[in-house]
Design a binder for this molecule. Structure first.
Ligand SMILES: Nc1nc2c(ncn2[C@@H]2O[C@H](COP(=O)(O)OP(=O)(O)OP(=O)(O)O)[C@@H](O)[C@H]2O)c(=O)[nH]1
Ligand SMILES: [Mg+2]
Length: 334
């Protein structure tokens, strides 16, 4: 099972991952200096049944939301982190929406920093969390109270055991279908060449396979594989894999590219799109339709910008964006 963290900046995601796995996922000098996560972090923990559970730690800063989205692609289980002192904040909501857009249906909530607040505040934030989850695909998620910076915290222990059970109960993903891996990192290993890492969406890959890079159309050959952080002969759907590739330079690949079976990467002159509106939408006086992210009762209002959708035969819209942000002094609501 691949778990992805989510949640507002400084709410304790990286601290919690460290407490759960013993792995420090903030590796960059800049991350250590600034005390915030900037890049995706990866931690792996063995399961009692011999499998490996992977955790992707995402940054919470609003400027790195695209990095969070890249990390959340392909995860099986979300670990939504909410700090008991702050409560639900803008990126709590934004990350939750991204998880829904990506179709993540399973999750767990860690209510962190409970050592910093009184019990009444814990109950208050639990209500906020229940309210935002109730209108989301993660409405069944249990909430664990944690104080991850305290050694041997009972909440972290209970959360670890719960996640382990979830991981062991998760049915294996089907391995049929054509192989494709979504790249979230690319680097060069001295003496080995280009390595990409990412989650396998479909199918399986073996050492020696010939694949194609989506961005350039270049053919690549798989020299070696690491699956769930261990050397392997094959990588299968649902695993995080690192592929050492021959035939392509690091500079040719960027996050978001695919490494896939050539039959997946067919050009087409038409696409089907299914649009998913995040919040209820309503017609407004200008003839546009704006989405209005009205927050559930116990939750604070959301801050989110939504693109306007001109509805035919609506008059031309003077603005291309509609902001409904109750955090701003004078929100535009129509
Ligand atoms: N008292 C207390 N402090 C905590 C707890 N969890 C995290 N912290 C502190 O909160 C600060 C932020 O923690 P991080 O784990 O870096 O937060 P983050 O969510 O990973 O932050 P970004 O990745 O930048 O979004 C650090 O100083 C932690 O030591 C906790 O349970 N209790
Ligand atoms: Mg972090």
């Amino acid at each position: 099972m691949i778990i992805g963290t989510a949640g507002h900046i400084d709410h304790g995601k990286t601290t919690l991952v460290r407490a759960l796995t013993g792995v420090e996922t903030d590796r960059l000098k800049e991350e250590k200096a600034r005390g915030i996560s900037i890049e995706l972090g990866y931690a792996y923990a063995p399961l009692p049944n011999g499998d490996v559970m992977g955790i992707i730690d995402v940054p919470g800063h609003e400027r790195f939301v695209h990095t969070m989205a890249a990390g959340a692609v392909g995860i099986d289980h979300a670990l939504l982190v909410v700090a008991a002192d702050d409560g639900v904040m803008p990126q709590t909501l934004e990350h939750l929406e991204i998880l829904q857009l990506l179709g993540v249906k399973k999750g767990t909530v860690a209510l962190t920093k409970v050592d910093r607040v009184l019990p009444e505040r814990v109950q208050e934030v639990k209500l906020e969390i229940a309210a935002i989850l109730s209108v989301s695909s993660l409405h069944d998620s249990p909430i664990f109270e944690t104080a991850a910076s305290q050694p041997g915290d009972a909440g972290v222990q209970a959360l670890r055991e719960y996640l382990q059970v979830q991981a062991q109960m998760m049915p294996a993903r089907a391995q049929d279908g054509l192989f494709r891996l979504a790249v979230d990192r690319v680097f060069t290993l001295p003496g080995q060449g280009t390595v990409v890492t990412g989650t396998v969406f479909n199918g399986k890959v073996s050492v020696g396979d010939n694949l194609v890079h989506s961005g350039s159309g270049q053919a690549v050959r798989v020299r070696s594989i690491h699956a769930q952080n261990q050397a392997a002969d094959i990588g299968v759907a649902g695993q995080r894999c690192a592929l050492n590739l021959a035939g392509i330079a690091k500079e040719d690949i960027i996050r978001g590219d695919w490494i896939a079976d050539a039959r997946v990467l067919q050009a087409s002159d038409r696409i089907d799109i299914r649009l998913h509106l995040l919040a209820k939408h309503r017609p407004c006086s200008s003839g546009r339709r704006c989405t209005s992210t009205s927050a559930p009762s116990a939750a604070p209002p959301t801050s989110h910008c939504c693109k306007t959708v001109p509805m035919s035969p609506a008059p031309k819209c003077p603005r291309s964006w509609c902001w409904t942000t109750p955090y701003s002094p004078s929100p535009v609501t129509d």
